[in-house]
Each structure stands twice: as structure tokens, then as C-alpha cells.
Design a protein around this ligand. Sequence first.
Ligand code: C2E
Ligand code: MG
Ligand code: MG
Ligand code: MG
Length: 281
Amino acid sequence: FAAVGSTRGVDVYDPHIDPHRPERLSLMSELRAAIDTGGLELHYQPKLRLADGRIDAAEALIRWRHPTRGEIPPEDFIGAAEETGNIGRLTRWVLATAIAHVHALGERGHVLKISINLSARDLEDTELPDRVGQLLRMHGVPGSVIALEVTESAVIGEPAAALQVLRRLADMGIDIAIDDFGIGQSSFGYLRHLPVHELKIDKMFVQQLATDETDRTIVRSLVELGHGLGYEVTAEGVEDAAALDFLREIGCDHAQGFFVARAMDFGALTELCDAEGSRLT
Ligand code: C2E
Ligand code: MG
Ligand code: MG
Ligand code: MG
């Protein structure tokens, strides 16, 4: 009998996704070791403000260079970390590192809004807002200089704990962004009750903007939806000039993607900011 999943979203046992299988447990103990021994790095992908062509923000993306396996993509360990109870530890490292980097940039005179990804599980952690507050105070960084990205699936159904966690974070002046917008179950109900400041249109709708009329219609509508609700809108996965031109034309606020810039290490981000100097706001 081979489990093949279910179209009704019912969990079916599949040995390949068993969180307790041995390879996964050893990967997770290696991840914990990497957290403690400096084996992880945050890279930053710049965001272009379309109104004036400035880089005024960047998204922190985790990188794990495994000593023998080489670089492991986040998608290969974030889910495992969530399912095995290791995500809290990972998120604490990401937050501490990113906020220290924001402080270091500030010391050089650069104010760049840094987005940090949270996973759904993080929103169940009622201590998260206090921990973020502590890090901000410790580094003298105002909440308004960071944004936290959560996916639609983390907030659909508006779980009470998530609602409370997001409200407390938003009360510190932190922006809340809905990541990968448009590919979830697309129930917009949660937008009525959650503090949201930004929609990030999933790259699925952006990558083919140059050639796909349907994608252009979808993206135009999502930008209008976001603006109608008073949010900033970012398009992810901008891979060519045609997509960038289209996004500028329809009034999208930010563009992020390989055509703008790839994620870079913190040293390279600092050099970019130094080079752009006063162009940064
Ligand atoms: P995401 O938050 O939606 O991040 C955007 C992903 O798209 C990144 O992949 C980025 O490198 C990639 N990307 C950017 N521009 C382009 C483009 O033009 N074309 C294409 N094809 N891809 C582009 P990455 O770094 O592999 O991260 C994948 C996902 O892993 C992220 O998706 C996010 O959900 C998760 N992730 C990354 N870092 C963290 C973290 O620190 N914490 C948590 N919880 N999740 C993270
Ligand atoms: Mg993101
Ligand atoms: Mg995304
Ligand atoms: Mg994604």
C-alpha cells in the first residue's frame, strides 16, 4: 500500500514526510549545531522602490552552508525545523542576527528597512513580541526599521494567538507583510482583522509578466486590492526589464527579484549602501 496523499487535505501517512525519520533528526541536530557554531548566515536581497529607483529595503534570507553537503536551500530545512520543534531556536538566531545588522548599518548612517521571515509556528509563540522588543532595545533600533513577513497560510482562520502576537508586534511600529500573497487559499477575511502593512505578490504571478496577459491582470488587481486597503505592495520574482516596467506603470511600490539584485552577504550589502550613500533614505 502506497500512500498517495489526499485531494481533501486529510493527512495520509507518508514515510517521506515523517518528521521523526532518522535522516531528518540528524539534519536537525546538525542544524542546531550550525546555529551554535556560526554555520548559518543571513543574506539580503535588496528591494527597489519603484517611484524613485532607490534601494530602501532588503529581505533577510537564511543560508546554511553544510560542511559536507554544501549549501542547503531554506526550503529543505525550514519545514523540518517547524515540524521537529526547532523553528523557535532558528527564528531567535535570525532575529538577533538581522537586528544586529540593522544596528550596524545605522552606525554607518544607512537606514534600510529589513524584512525578516517568520514561520507559521512562530506566531504561536506568545513570548515572541517581548523577545523582539528586547532585541530592538538592546541594539537601539526602532521597530519602524524592520518588517516581519508571514504567509497567508499562517494567518488564515485568524488563530487567536497569532492575532495577538501580530498586534503586539505592530504596536511596536513593526510592519507586517503578507508573503507569497495570492497562492494561499485566497480567503481575504483575515485582512479585516490583522494589522497588515504590506502585500508581497508571489513570484508565480510575476515571473511571466512579460508574456502572460492573465498574470498582468492578476498583478494589476492585486496591486489595486493592496492599495485600496492602504497597504504597500511588493512584487517578488522580478526577473526581467519588461516585468519591472509593467510594475512601475501600474504603480506597484517595490520590486524584488533577480533582475533587481540577488541576495548578497552582509558585507556586500554594506558596500552597496556605502556606494549608494546619500541615495539611501
Ligand atoms: P520567500 O520569503 O518568499 O523569499 C523569496 C525567495 O525567492 C528566496 O528564496 C529568494 O532567493 C527567491 N527569489 C528572489 N528573487 C527571485 C527571482 O527573481 N526568481 C526566483 N525564481 N526566485 C527569486 P530562498 O532564499 O531560497 O528562500 C526560500 C523561502 O525560504 C523563503 O521564501 C522563505 O519562505 C523561507 N526562508 C528564507 N529565509 C528564512 C528565514 O530566515 N526564516 C524563515 N522562517 N523562513 C525563511
Ligand atoms: Mg519572504
Ligand atoms: Mg515570498
Ligand atoms: Mg516563498
